[in-house]
Design a protein around this ligand. Sequence first.
Ligand SMILES: [Zn+2]
Length: 136
Amino acid sequence: MMHRDEVRECGLAARDAREALERAEKATEGPWCIDHGRVRQYRPDLGLTIHDIASMSGSRSWAADAEFIAAARSDVPRLARAVIAVAELHRPVTAYPGGVKREVCEECHYPTQFGVAGAWPCATIRALSDALEVEA
Ligand SMILES: [Zn+2]
């Protein structure tokens, strides 16, 4: 039997992603682009760049650095939202198979003849946590 009121937030991966998303949302609105050696805010509705974000002078690999910085403005929020979506889908819940309390993944658990499979943290959360180098 599953106790829905015991559903909890999935750990550090979601927290890290929310913090990254919050930092991105505080930064100058995107998209950003490269314009004459500078990373600039681009306004598609106006068809022009309007604010300097970073000047790339002095950097030996300025083109690659500028491309990375400009793309990060869009990449970070997209990837953070993906991590949050996965973490919200794979959350720990408490199950009592055979009267024994166990933590299982809300999304991945399923009943077996021996109780329930899908122990917490599930493979998805372990992979996500390993990639982000955080605890599941
Ligand atoms: Zn899962």
